[in-house]
Ligand binder design. Structure first.
Ligand code: SF4
Ligand code: SF4
Length: 103
C-alpha cells in the first residue's frame, strides 16, 4: 500500500532523493522499500563510507524509506516527514476500520 498518493500529496517528481552528507549507508531503508530499488554502495566521494543509491526508474514515491530513515537522509521532494507520518496514521485508521467492517 502506498501511504501517499496523488490525492494526498500531488507531486511532479515522485522519486526518492538522498542527502549525501547525511546518509551513512545503514540500509534500514532497504528493508522497507516495496520496489527493491535501494542499494547500498561505496560513497564515491568518501571511499571508506557507504551510501544509499536510488534506482529511480523503479521508485514509486511511496515514502516508506523517508518514514524509517533515522538520519532524515532520504526523502520525497516537497514532502515533510511530519506530513508523511500523518498520511501513515490515516491509512492505518482506514485499514483498521475496513477490518472491523469485515468482522
Ligand atoms: S537513507 Fe537513511 S536509512 Fe537509508 S541507508 Fe541512508 S541513513 Fe540509512
Ligand atoms: S519512495 Fe518507496 S519505492 Fe521509492 S525508494 Fe523509497 S521506499 Fe522505495
Amino acid at each position: 500500500m502506498n501511504f501517499i498518493n496523488d490525492a494526498t500529496f500531488p507531486r511532479k517528481e515522485p522519486k526518492a532523493a538522498v542527502k549525501k552528507d547525511r546518509c551513512d549507508g545503514c540500509a534500514i531503508c532497504v528493508d522497507v522499500c516495496p520496489q527493491a530499488c535501494l542499494q547500498v554502495i561505496v560513497n564515491p566521494k568518501r571511499k571508506n563510507n557507504r551510501i544509499i543509491k536510488v534506482i529511480g526508474e523503479l521508485c514509486s514515491g511511496c515514502g516508506a524509506c523517508q518514514g524509517v530513515c533515522p538520519k532524515e537522509a532520504i526523502f520525497i521532494p516537497g514532502l515533510s516527514t511530519e506530513n508523511l507520518r500523518g498520511y501513515v496514521d490515516k491509512a492505518l485508521v482506514m485499514i483498521a476500520e475496513a477490518e472491523e467492517s469485515r468482522a
